[in-house]
Design a protein around this ligand. Sequence first.
Ligand code: NAD
Ligand code: DAU
Length: 332
Amino acid sequence: MSKLLVTGGAGFIGSNFVHHVIANTDSHVTVLDSLTYAGNLASLDGLPEDRFTFVKGDITDAALLDELFPTVDAVVHYAAESHNDNSLDDPRPFLDTNIIGTFTLLEAARKHGTRFHHISTDEVYGDLELDDPAKFTENTPYNPSSPYSSTKAGSDLLVRAWVRSFGVQATISNCSNNYGPYQHVEKFIPRQITNVLRGERPKLYGAGENVRDWIHADDHSSAVLTILQKGEIGETYLIGADGEKNNKEVVELILTTLGQPADAYDHVVDRPGHDLRYAIDSSRLRRELGWEPRYVDFEAGLAATIEWYRDNEAWWAPVKDATEARYAAQGQ
Ligand code: NAD
Ligand code: DAU
């Protein structure tokens, strides 16, 4: 696969994947990204000019896809509206990008016979009880809770249908919560780190008992590249690194790492329909494709992430005030 098209490559995880591919393969990468509020070209700084092309455009633009698809061997589809809180405020863009956008890409993959990898989320499976020993597997029934996760579930089902009905050469991966550098400050971990760095108190939704299964974005990228190279067409792979932590533990860790008292945070209004717990069983990916995560020490990965936000205020400061103003309007 010498030429890749990466949709959403100016976002948090897509840009990480682009850097990973450039560092670990000989491939040329074209990024297609419409640069919504979540896209940032600075996240793609430093890539070699002869191996990287940026195209500003929308994944719902069929004519543009018709030009781009014949120039590549495979498409990795990250572009999405990705934030649950935004989807509760205004669901429409989530339908446009996550459903219509994925449909438009699948039609292009069908027309041009292009290998397609679809990036999805563990949230399509709904949530688990706190005391349930179970984890999500590839066979867990879909049961999404939010406008965001329901549009991601819809997009997954479109991919499965295009594989079965039209023979599109596609794979799907569903990953747990990512953390690491270049994540937008609307998301939980960067929001709390940057709050503390600015002398503000972290904001915990509800009691803070909700559990997320954290994975470093570098590990997500290595898993996606493995699936692209070795995955079986038509199959779904779950990506996770056994990183379950409740939100209160994460906030306390951020505070103490930054030299603050562990209880220096505020409880704020809970997210409506807030999923309780996510947990991924990634044994299929490890067993069948030989993938392993590198960041198995969450505390060390979080400390490095905190350092990155401390050193890169110029990357996040321009959007911090507007993000906090949106939260303040919701009482969060
Ligand atoms: P992000 O919000 O940081 O980035 C999304 C990118 O997509 C942005 O660069 C944006 O400009 C672009 N984009 C949005 N709409 C577009 C459109 N219509 N056309 C072209 N580009 C468009 O998102 P992220 O957190 O990096 O997530 C990337 C993907 O990974 C998403 O599909 C998400 O569902 C999935 N995912 C995320 C996580 C996580 O923890 N963040 C976990 C599992 C799966
Ligand atoms: O599980 C994968 C999903 O992880 C991805 O599909 C999504 O794109 C990604 O945004 C993420 O969804 P979450 O809703 O889990 O992530 P978020 O960072 O918004 O919140 C993580 C947890 O922290 C969640 O339980 C809500 C809580 N939270 C969030 C914010 C922003 C707070 O307590 N306070 C906050 O200020």
